[in-house]
Design a protein around this ligand. Structure first.
Ligand SMILES: Cc1cc2nc3c(=O)[nH]c(=O)nc-3n(C[C@H](O)[C@H](O)[C@H](O)COP(=O)(O)OP(=O)(O)OC[C@H]3O[C@@H](n4cnc5c(N)ncnc54)[C@H](O)[C@@H]3O)c2cc1C
Length: 452
């Protein structure tokens, strides 16, 4: 049989759906969140249950195709011509066990829904800042949360993983069952199987204060210095220190069109008075042009972070930074951003690291080990204008990263098209490769972040 006839046979076997090239729904079904990635998979499957996942894997292996899971496609990275793309939408289990402090989330659950479910429990999960990012995708590839300096990197909060391996066998693994596989799943991403469910630790978060501050570009250097000093002094505070340039285009809010601003995202687990006092250290150096800081409940984290949720064409650059002397780095950061913005750079932000992120839990616990860098930088270019050269726009930020090298990058912060070889050292890569060889010797399961 050709792969086309095998896929047609698979379609009649599935309880869920399978969309093939040429079908009416193919164009819509193939699109990832990042619209700049032109992926044309061999098929798009929406399995109804584990039996469907097993049938997809069996058929793909027989037809010489790969299989990848892509809940949303923020991290989409390739053409996928010889791959069946799995959308896990129907795996929508969401259970909060307040007593045990455990969140169980199916592979189709995004963070926005999971956090809403936590409202009223006084507990938080180590969510990213965007509600449309998937719980499993962020957790298995590292995951930096505004709660990470207090409680750690998201991958290290994974308790158990339920997944279907390349041979079609369903497993539920914990450290007691297979410590090496759990180590790999805590940071190795989607290399090892089709994850159907994860269990994550929940942490205390009765009172939360945070939001964002925006300042004019002229104040950027002073604001970045104050924020870096605050990050150095308050190791549990979540801080995102950034700059944005809004194009003079209809996509930008009218009052910000053509403007460059400095932004501070802040999340404090604790009372408003303490959180406000932290923010006042930054407000003392410049008058904000916008201030959304407030007490909030965990279900409103997305509203407070106010990140874009609609699909868009973008390219990203990420790096870990270290050795950040506040005054010298603030000068270099603002200067690099302004030069990049002239070439189309839209956003650059520095997530403060340290605190629980730097706690050593042991090399046997997680592929994402203790990260010692001062900060993680992420930069974005919007590619609405096809003539824009993302490489040129990122160049000043690349030079900045080379001046303050920070080593290991979390996989969720890797640049567009980067592999795990850009995130981990040789020893970790070799261990990940050994686990991959054991659970998927035929290389059927494809990740957006291959080993490299
Ligand atoms: C606006 C925005 C904000 C972000 N904020 C943060 C943040 O605060 N912190 C952070 O750490 N990252 C953040 N990210 C990065 C984000 O975590 C990654 O892009 C990640 O890939 C998740 O995106 P997604 O849900 O679209 O997953 P997708 O891009 O759809 O999937 C990514 C990969 O995960 C693997 N995968 C997903 N589900 C499964 C599964 N069930 N089984 C096996 N493999 C699977 C696959 O290999 C897949 O290719 C952000 C990204 C954007 C665009």
């Amino acid at each position: 049989m050709t792969s086309a006839s095998e896929l047609l046979a698979l379609r009649s076997e599935l309880g869920g759906s399978l969309v093939l090239p040429g079908d009416a729904g193919y164009e819509a079904a193939r699109m990832p969140w990042n619209l700049s990635v032109d992926q044309r998979p061999a098929a798009i499957a929406e399995p109804a249950d584990v039996a469907d996942v097993q049938a997809i894997l069996r058929t793909a292996a027989a037809a010489g195709l790969g299989v990848t899971v892509q809940p949303n496609g923020h991290g989409a990275s390739g053409d996928l011509n010889d791959v069946v793309l799995v959308r896990p939408t129907r795996f929508d289990t969401l259970i909060v066990d307040e007593q045990a402090r455990v969140l169980r989330a199916g592979a189709g659950v995004n963070w926005g829904r999971a956090l809403e479910q936590l409202d009223g429990t006084g507990l938080v999960a180590l969510a990213g800042s965007n509600p449309e990012v998937n719980v499993v995708a962020l957790a298995i590839a590292g995951g930096h949360s505004m709660f990470s300096r207090r409680y750690g990197i998201t991958a290290r909060s994974i308790i158990s993983v339920e997944f279907v391996d390349a041979a079609g066998t369903l497993h539920r693994v914990t450290d007691a069952d297979d410590a090496e596989l759990m180590w790999a799943l805590r940071g190795g991403g989607g290399l090892f199987g089709i994850v159907t469910e994860v269990e994550l630790v929940l942490y205390p978060g009765e009172a939360i204060f945070g939001g964002s501050l925006m300042f004019p570009a002229e104040a950027a250097e002073a604001v970045v210095v104050a924020a870096l000093e605050l990050a150095r002094d308050e190791l549990e505070l979540g801080l995102d220190i950034g700059m944005m340039h809004f194009p003079d285009a209809p996509q930008a809010p009218p009052h910000l069109r053509g403007r460059t601003v400095a932004t501070i995202g802040l999340v404090h687990v604790g009372d408003e008075a303490t959180g406000r006092a932290f923010a006042d250290r930054i407000v003392a150096v410049a008058e904000p042009i916008a201030d959304t800081l407030t007490s909030f409940t965990i279900g409103s984290l997305a509203a407070v972070a106010a990140e874009p949720v609609d699909p868009m064409p973008s390219s990203d650059f990420g790096a870990a930074l270290d050795g950040l002397d506040a005054a010298a780095f603030a000068h270099d950061f603002v200067d690099a951003f302004l030069r990049g913005a002239e070439r189309g750079l839209m956003r650059a932000s520095i997530r403060a690291m340290g605190g629980a992120i730097a706690d050593e839990l042991g090399a046997e616990f997680a592929a994402v080990g203790a990260t010692q860098a001062d900060a993680l930088m992420s930069c974005s270019v919007l590619l609405f204008d096809p003539s824009l050269d993302a490489d040129a726009a990122f160049e000043p930020m690349r030079d900045l990263a080379a001046k303050y090298p920070g080593g290991t990058v979390l996989p969720t912060f890797l640049s567009s098209g980067a592999t795990l070889a850009d995130a981990y050292d040789r020893e970790v890569l070799d261990r990940l490769a050994a686990v991959k060889q054991r659970v998927d010797p035929g290389g059927v399961i494809r990740s957006n972040r291959p080993l490299g």
